[in-house]
Design a protein around this ligand. Sequence first.
Ligand code: SAM
Length: 219
Amino acid sequence: MTRDHHLREDKQAFLVTLKQRGIRDHRVLDAMMTVPREAFVGSDQAEFAYDDRPLQIEEGQTISQPYVVALMTEAMQLEPDDTVLEIGTGSGYAAAVLSRIVEKVYTVERHRVLANLSQERLANQGYDNVSVLCGDGTLGWPEHAPFDAIVVTAGAPDMPQSLVRQLVIGGRLVVPVDAGLHQQLLRVTRTGEEETETEKLGGVRFVPLIGEEGWRDRE
Ligand code: SAM
């Protein structure tokens, strides 16, 4: 069997896993089936692309577990004409998934190497509704705010207030926040100028969100 054939079979099993684990939004499932995860990892990792686990990428970072990408994307409650912001571009994979569901995706990555590499990958594969910025995503991307939804793919010490302020009223922020031994995935909905509602979506484990409204940089 060829490598492509293996990957196709793995991808079918992967769809079954996502459904079994409770992902229901067909737009999320379709996007996860459309985007080739193998194109966002190094060639040494490609054969594991449809394993439901995080994989190593450059700069000691990870491409998140596919189930968690699906869970967070579903939790953003997206509509096709939404504009969204992702903090933590990493490989560019989750940005590519988002770009299949909404009109426009902005994504911020603090590591220059990752920002450049993901931008190149996204452009080469024709994801032309994604813009990548290298910078501190804890401060958002004010020039393009407000956003209908924001997702943070790294663990914050607490809620980054700059991100809450960059949501439209009714906008959703999905963010893992420190909860002692693990992180709690939260969905914060901005219900008014100064009001928010917070829901707990379960325990997760992410690399740290490092920046002005995140953890201190010890590198
Ligand atoms: N969404 C990514 C993907 O699909 O490959 C996975 C993201 S990885 C789990 C978390 C990323 O957040 C890392 O690439 C890390 O460098 C980045 N990060 C951490 N703190 C950040 C910050 N303040 N601003 C932007 N990116 C940050």
